[in-house]
Design a protein around this ligand. Structure first.
Ligand code: SAM
Ligand code: SF4
Length: 317
C-alpha cells in the first residue's frame, strides 16, 4: 500500500534528521546561544532509523535526504550512509560543508552520489557573521574535495537574506560556473527570526540583470531553474510561490517524530513503536496516520505559526 494523502498527493520522499547538534549557529536557523541539545537516548539510534527506512521503503518511499542539525557531526555517519546505500534507494545529504573536506572521499566510497551544501555568501566576513563564527574556507575547500571525489551534482543552497547583494550573486555565479555546481536560492522562512526578505523581487531583479533562460530540469522538482552562461541557478520559494500542491514529503526528526509538514502541529511518535519492537504493520500505521494529517498547505507567516518548531536544526530544513 502506498502513502497517498487526502488531497491525492503521493508521499514518496522522506527527510531524516539524524542529529539536532550542529557546529554552526546560523542566524536564521538557531538562536545565538544555541539550543539545549536533546539527551542522547532521546535521539534515534542508527539501527532504529534503518528500521524506519525499511518500513518507509515498503510503503513506496523512493527518495531520502539525510539532514540535521549537521549530519557530519554525528559519530558513525559514514557507516550509517554505507548501510543506507545498500537499500537501493535514491538518497543524498544536506550539509553545511564545514567537515566536508574530511569526509568527501569516504562519502563517495560508501555510495553518496550527490549532496547539497548550504552556503549563503562567498564573503568571509559575512559568512562568519551569518553562521556566527564559521570559516568560509573550510566549506569551499570541502566542496572542491567533494567535486574531486566525483560527487555530482553538488547543489549549493543559498538562503536569501536582507543583505544578499549583487556582489554575492556575481561571486556565486562565477563559483558555480567554474566548478560545475548548481546554485539554488532559497526563500527565508520565519522560524527563528521574522526578518522579511522580498524573494519575488530578488528573483525579478536577477532576471532583469542577467537575462537568464528559464529551463526545465528533470529531477529538480520544486523550483524554477535558469541557465546563465552555462551555470544553473534555481529559485525555491516556499513562501511566496508555495509548492504545497506538489509536496511529496514527510519528515523524521532526530528524536523519532514523523511530521507531515514543516508548519504542522501534528506529530506522530514513531520512536516508541520502534523501541518496543512493534510489528511492521503497526509502524506502517503510524506512517498512514502522519500522512492522513498532512495539511493542504503550510501556514508560514510568522514564527507563531510554527510553534512546534523552535529551530530548523531540530527538524532538518
Ligand atoms: N546543517 C545542515 C545544513 O545547514 O545544510 C543541514 C540542516 S539545515 C537545517 C538544512 C537547510 O535548512 C539548510 O540549507 C539551511 O539553509 C535551511 N534553513 C535553515 N533555516 C532556514 C530558514 N529559516 N529559512 C530557510 N531555510 C532555512
Ligand atoms: Fe546548523 Fe544547518 Fe542550522 Fe546552520 S542551517 S545552524 S548549519 S543546522
Amino acid at each position: 500500500m502506498k502513502l497517498i494523502d487526502k488531497f491525492g498527493r503521493t508521499i514518496d520522499y522522506l527527510r531524516i534528521s539524524v542529529t539536532d547538534r550542529c557546529n554552526l549557529r546560523c542566524v536564521y536557523c538557531m538562536p545565538e546561544k544555541g539550543v539545549e541539545n536533546m539527551p542522547h537516548d532521546e535521539i534515534l539510534r542508527y539501527e532504529e532509523i534503518l528500521k524506519i527506512v525499511d518500513v518507509a521503503i515498503s510503503l513506496g518511499i523512493k527518495k531520502i535526504r539525510i539532514t540535521g542539525g549537521e549530519p557530519l557531526v554525528r559519530k558513525g555517519i559514514v557507516q550509517f550512509l554505507c548501510e543506507l546505500s545498500q537499500r537501493k534507494i535514491d538518497f543524498s545529504i544536506t550539509t553545511n560543508g564545514i567537515l566536508l573536506g574530511d569526509f568527501a572521499d569516504d562519502l563517495k566510497k560508501v555510495g553518496v552520489r550527490r549532496i547539497n551544501v548550504s552556503l549563503d555568501t562567498l564573503d568571509e566576513l559575512k559568512f562568519s557573521e551569518i553562521t556566527r563564527g564559521g570559516v568560509l574556507k573550510k566549506v569551499t575547500t570541502g566542496i572542491l574535495k567533494a567535486k574531486a571525489a566525483g560527487i555530482n551534482p553538488i547543489k549549493i543552497n543559498t538562503v536569501v537574506l536582507s543583505d544578499t547583494n549583487d556582489e554575492d550573486i556575481k561571486n556565486f555565479i562565477e563559483f558555480v560556473k567554474e566548478n560545475g555546481l548548481v546554485l539554488r536560492f532559497i526563500e527565508h522562512l520565519p522560524i527563528v527570526d521574522n526578518k522579511k526578505t522580498n524573494f519575488a523581487q530578488f528573483e525579478q531583479l536577477f532576471k532583469l540583470k542577467y537575462k537568464p533562460i528559464l529551463t526545465a530540469i528533470e529531477g529538480f522538482g520544486t523550483g524554477r531553474y535558469y541557465k546563465i552562461n552555462g551555470a544553473t541557478v534555481g529559485f525555491i520559494s516556499a513562501l511566496s510561490r508555495p509548492f504545497c500542491q506538489k509536496c511529496n514529503r514527510l519528515r523524521l526528526t532526530s528524536d523519532g517524530k514523523l511530521l507531515s509538514c514543516l508548519s504542522s502541529l501534528d506529530v506522530v511518535d514513531i520512536k516508541k513503536a520502534v523501541r518496543n519492537f512493534f510489528s511492521d504493520d503497526r509502524i506502517k500505521n503510524l506512517f498512514f496516520e502522519a500522512v492522513k494529517n498532512k495539511p493542504e498547505k503550510h501556514t508560514f507567516e510568522s514564527p507563531r505559526d510554527c510553534m512546534n518548531i523552535k529551530n530548523m536544526a531540530e527538524i532538518g530544513g
